[in-house]
Design a protein around this ligand. Structure first.
Ligand code: SAH
Length: 250
């Protein structure tokens, strides 16, 4: 199954037995991937469902052959609140965070963030997320939220019903791994927030702590804004996925 091409479809394109393909998807399947009538591919709706599908001769639709069972998601939602770095740094972050299992990406406007992205930039990041989700066999396509000011983000995403971590390079905070492995693993969503290249201001750190965020370290070195989320998400996936799942225990 894994060698089959995967494409994302909107839930509205599917009936019980068929998928109606958009002209963009027909072009992609026929001209880019060079599939022909009768060839099989995987359709994924971004909401956790995959179907083995067979392309019609006219390439305008596909027959659903069977539902495919996969388990590539973390057991809990992981939200990344990220102060946007300069240049194309976000391209790298959204791609790699998707590969590492994040469920939501919230671009933050912080005191030291200069970037306020255009709608085109957001569309570009959504396309990168979709491609990365297809490539890494995600069941769920992570949501990219609209950019939000840090204080507003703290109103929406806080410790009321989540486990919140503020990654902070200075001071001697406990390591994220220590916190996750020294207590029972969270069963509520994890919210992870990463600051901008210039770091958080003291006010932002205090606001986050007041909203229930635990400041954490990712090690003794100062990581670039694009490296820090990868390290943090790697710690989270490692802690959750090194524990055998009930179906894997013998
Ligand atoms: N210029 C800042 C560092 C910014 S790095 C300074 O000198 O303090 C960008 C962001 O990555 C930081 O705001 C923090 O969220 C995260 N980060 C980088 N290295 C980290 C570390 N060792 N531990 C925790 N977070 C880190």
């Amino acid at each position: 199954m894994s060698q089959l091409q995967r494409i994302a479809i909107a839930p509205s394109q599917r009936t019980e037995t068929q998928i109606i393909l958009t002209s963009e998807q027909q072009h992609y399947l026929g001209n880019v991937l060079r599939l022909r009538g009768g060839d099989r591919f995987i359709a994924m709706d971004g909401q956790g469902h995959w179907w083995l599908s067979q392309l019609s001769t006219a390439l305008n639709e596909a027959q659903i052959l069977e539902a495919v069972e996969i388990h590539t998601e973390l057991p809990i939602p992981v939200l990344l609140l990220i102060a946007m770095p300069k240049g194309n740094g976000m391209d790298e972050i959204v791609r790699q965070a998707t590969e590492l299992g994040v469920t939501d990406i919230v671009p933050l406007i912080s005191d030291r963030t200069l970037l306020n992205p255009s709608p085109q930039k957001l569309d570009r990041w959504r396309r990168i997320i979709q491609e990365a989700a297809e490539q890494s066999e995600r069941q769920v396509i992570p949501a990219l939220h609209a950019p939000v000011n840090f204080p507003d983000a703290l109103e929406t995403w806080n410790s009321a019903n989540s486990t919140c971590f503020l990654c902070e390079a200075r001071d001697h905070h406990p390591h994220l791994l220590t916190l996750l492995s020294s207590s029972t693993l969270p069963t509520s969503p994890i919210i992870l927030t990463i600051g901008p290249e210039g770091g958080w201001t003291e006010t932002e750190i205090q606001q986050a702590i007041a909203a229930g965020y635990q400041p954490v370290s990712l090690g003794r070195r100062i990581l670039r804004a694009v490296t820090a989320p990868i390290v943090a998400l790697t710690v989270i996936t490692s802690v959750f996925e090194s524990i055998p799942q009930p179906s894997e225990t013998v």
